[in-house]
Design a protein around this ligand. Structure first.
Ligand code: 13P
Ligand code: SF4
Length: 355
């Protein structure tokens, strides 16, 4: 059996780590698999049908066994589908929570059940670990809207103006910026700089939302989330008319007209916490569709009205691909050491500020 060679970027070690590819486990739904995964089905029984479970259960058992064998943990973003989020994820959360969690991981391997910039952030937070993304194509329209060269040009165009980068960017972009932010702390990060003007890149709508919350002058970039930009105020008004008493909770990546008519705006975890705390009879989470299923699994009494916009990048991360990622140790995410050093500073400044 060939060994798969993976480069270990750790400055303290620097050696090549070798991983044996493991044989594919049986994926039969046997009585033993049913018994071993029954407690996990309890977590998702409100959102996963009994017909679907015989397909998911063997994959879930195989992944959970492999995590032990590889000494791996799975960091699952709030947009993962329920069988990933509730049944194989070791830590769940929004971008900020996952970045902080990545920094604390003790295991050898981090599997990022999320998109590529999140895997890069995990690598920045914990460079000695092997970070895997189950599908290399899991990108983000915001991250691809701006390059490191674009940021260098912005520096020239706005000398002396601090640059805050949304976490939804490549490590190369973060390396050119002063500090990072996420949707849960953008206003705090901007105000921490003590500057009269701040560049907030690359999400134009997040920048506009921040502008409504601060006196600091915000300069934005024209990047958008391809999922959130699809929502409209008209769609929300139509839903409100059709569903009396409906509470509408929006992510700050939504267009300003949507945020204006929402009852609450916050990060994905902010939205989840609002829903759990307020337990509305009917709620619409104006964000990626799977998140409603994840919350619905825990709140069967609440009715979720779902405008179903899926993130095609997040949806690339399936149980099948997570299994392959642990069997074959694919796909390792590395960051050039010079870029990593500068990008880490931007992320650490944010984390220190919000700790
Ligand atoms: P959160 O930081 O709110 O989880 O957002 C990440 C994201 O990609 C939203 O589209
Ligand atoms: Fe990027 Fe939008 Fe997908 Fe979030 S939902 S990962 S911002 S494309």
């Amino acid at each position: 059996m060939d060994n798969i060679e993976l480069r270990n970027e750790s400055p303290s070690h620097g050696e090549t780590r070798k991983f044996e590819p493991l044989p594919r486990p049986s994926l039969e739904f046997t009585p033993e698999v049913e018994a071993e995964t029954r407690h996990l089905y309890e977590r998702v029984k409100h959102v996963v049908t009994p017909m679907e479970w015989p397909h998911y259960a063997p994959l879930i058992k195989a992944i959970n066994d492999l995590k032990k064998e590889r000494n791996a943990v799975i960091l699952a973003h709030n947009y993962m589908t329920p069988e990933v989020f509730h049944c194989v994820g070791d830590f769940q959360g929004d971008s900020l929570q996952l970045a902080k969690e990545a920094g604390k991981v003790d295991a050898d391997v981090i599997v990022q059940a999320g998109v590529h910039f999140m895997a890069e952030t995990s690598k920045l937070m914990n460079p000695d670990k092997t970070v895997l993304i189950p599908d290399l194509e899991a990108g983000c329209s915001l991250a691809s809207s701006i390059t490191a060269e674009d940021v260098r040009q912005l520096r020239k165009a706005y000398p002396g103006v601090p640059i805050v980068t949304y976490v939804n960017t490549s490590a190369a972009v973060k390396a050119e910026c002063d500090i990072c932010c996420t949707s849960s702390n953008a206003v705090k990060v901007v105000e921490s700089l003590g500057a009269p003007r701040v560049l907030c890149i690359p999400d134009e709508y997040l920048a506009k939302y921040v502008q409504t919350q601060t006196d600091v002058e915000i300069i934005s970039w024209k990047g958008h989330c391809e999922v959130h930009k699809l929502f409209s105020a008209e769609e929300i008004e139509t839903m409100r008319e059709a569903e009396p008493g409906l509470k509408v909770i929006a992510h700050p990546e939504c267009p300003p007209e949507v945020i204006e008519v929402a009852d609450f705006t916050g990060s994905t975890s902010g939205m989840i916490n609002w829903t759990k705390d307020n337990k509305p009879a009917k709620v619409m989470l104006v964000t990626e569709c799977s998140m409603s299923s994840n919350v619905a699994a825990e709140l069967p009494e609440t009715e979720f009205i779902r405008p179903c916009n899926l993130c095609p990048h997040m949806k690339r991360i399936s149980l099948e691909k997570i299994l392959d990622s642990l069997l074959y140790m694919q796909h390792e995410v590395t960051v050039d050491p010079d870029v990593a050093q500068r990008a880490r500073l931007a992320v650490e400044r944010m984390v220190n500020l919000t700790n």
